[in-house]
Design a protein around this ligand. Structure first.
Ligand SMILES: Nc1nc2c(ncn2[C@@H]2O[C@H](COP(=O)(O)OP(=O)(O)OP(=O)(O)O)[C@@H](O)[C@H]2O)c(=O)[nH]1
Ligand SMILES: C=C(OP(=O)(O)O)C(=O)O
Length: 222
């Protein structure tokens, strides 16, 4: 089964406000873009992924992510994250009604293609499924197989809200890179320990000093 991923990116100037203790407002837009670039590049390298649609109104993010091979859907609703995701999923389904669709956060800079493959294979067993984030409070991926509505409920306490909505929670080993979203300085250090992609490694090195390019198990193909 080949998936279309929808990846939301809010205007970079407003992104990653919770990283303000680690990165000031001159640095955060570039860091948020680097996270999205590494997320999208790893998603496009995943054999279970047919294509990636980024939903954004940010011209720089749209340009840079399109250059990696993503499609760009304008954030026409302008009504926040869940409205943007529902809009992008509907746009995908308008051209491919049966396409399995998954929403994936754009702040997964350690994402490994083979770990994403494992998650999508597990999600394909259920009509609607989600993966909790590393903190166990939020969600990093929400997937619908078949002609189902995505009904995204991302945001505060989204793990509980996705569970309450009837989506199946995926319990999987060895998918840390798909769960490690980056909202805080501690999250960034955890992602760096897993091994981040080249865009984030470069941006983080400028911020924190040299960053090893590979995690302990090696990033590529792991
Ligand atoms: N297209 C779109 N994406 C959004 C919107 N709000 C959030 N996102 C994206 O959704 C994901 C999670 O967003 P948030 O946690 O709300 O924001 P953040 O920038 O990651 O972090 P904070 O500013 O610290 O809350 C990120 O990939 C955001 O770029 C929106 O209104 N439109
Ligand atoms: C939007 C979410 O992610 P974040 O952790 O970036 O708030 C979420 O977990 O639902």
């Amino acid at each position: 089964m080949l998936w279309t991923l929808v990846v939301p990116v809010k205007p970079l100037a407003r992104a990653k406000s919770r990283l303000s203790d680690t990165a000031d407002e001159r640095v955060r837009p570039g860091l948020a873009l680097a996270f999205a670039q590494d997320t999208v590049a790893a998603a496009l390298a995943c054999p279970a992924v047919a294509d990636v649609a980024v939903v954004t109104d940010d011209p720089r993010a749209g340009r840079e992510l399109a250059a990696l091979g993503a499609g760009v859907v304008p954030d026409e609703p302008g009504g926040g994250l869940n409205a943007a995701l529902a809009h992008a999923a509907a746009a995908v389904r308008a051209s491919r009604p049966e396409s399995p669709v998954a929403a994936l956060n754009a702040d997964l800079p350690a994402l490994r293609p083979m770990e994403l493959t494992r998650v999508l294979k597990a999600a394909a067993q259920f009509p609607r499924a989600f993966l909790p984030d590393a903190a166990g409070i939020g969600t990093t991926l929400l997937a619908v197989a078949g002609n189902r509505e995505l009904n995204p409920a991302f945001g505060t306490d989204s793990r509980a809200r996705h569970r309450a909505s009837g989506a199946v929670e995926l319990h999987l080993d060895a998918v840390d890179s798909v769960r490690q979203d980056v909202d805080t300085g501690d999250d960034l250090r955890a992602a760096l320990a897993l091994g981040v992609g080249p865009h984030t490694a470069g941006a983080a090195a400028r911020l924190l000093g040299p960053v090893p390019p590979l995690g302990p198990a090696g990033r590529r193909g792991a």
